[in-house]
Design a protein around this ligand. Sequence first.
Ligand SMILES: [Zn+2]
Ligand SMILES: [Zn+2]
Length: 278
Amino acid sequence: MKLNYHVHDRYSSDARGTAEEVVRRAAELGFEEICLTNHVEVLTPEGEWEIDFVEARERFERLAREIAAVRSAFPHLRILLGAELEYRPEWIESLERLTASIEFDFLLGSVHVVDGHNISGGAAAVEYFKGKDLSEAYGRYFAVLEEMVKWGGFDVVAHFDLIKRFGAKVYGPYAAEDFASQIEAILQRMARRGIGLEVNTSGVVQPPGEPYPGAPILSMAKKAGINTITIGTDSHVPERLDQGWEAGCRLLLEAGWTHLATFDRRILRMVPIRATAS
Ligand SMILES: [Zn+2]
Ligand SMILES: [Zn+2]
């Protein structure tokens, strides 16, 4: 099976393309299953990211209706409703109300904001890295990621080392082994709680030139006993729906993974990865 479990459409403030446009592109590319994982939060005219529970619920309900309407035109493609939840302690209550009120198939948990700074791009990222060495910048990010895993109100951790997206520009490549004790503690906690890991292939076409995470963390995850792994391209426009996808599959196979996770109403099922890469 050819799966993509991280896709945005126009219902994310930073993306474009209707569900129908995304689905048509997915069918052209031969995907058999895609999950739309829009952000819950929205960008306000003042440039702030905010969560409005009522607005978010209505938006996901609208998308669910759009998905239902296009399904019959694409009988060979399974289209799932997911969400990408941004971890901020003050948002947990809204996030839990939302995920209890919509029948999601799948939930990603993400950290894009550390100590009030968006770490993944733009002017705010410059601020975050200013005056920090690599060890402080990455260590603090992983600490917030661990807090998110302690909360655990989602199925899979998205882009585990997203900090390298901008960090690669500031410091060059990083060695995950330098953060092994911190990373292994997070992975072990994920394994105990049944939280999965994502291979996010957008990094292949971004400055890191490899998925989030890369080979060392994928190996550590296997050793930690994580079984649930998804693949997603994190595309924000239909034209980039398969960005890095093949490289991500290759990396997974090389790291010794044999199966990928699929979800249906948040119930997990595993499918052989060999078929996915074919
Ligand atoms: Zn993200
Ligand atoms: Zn995303």
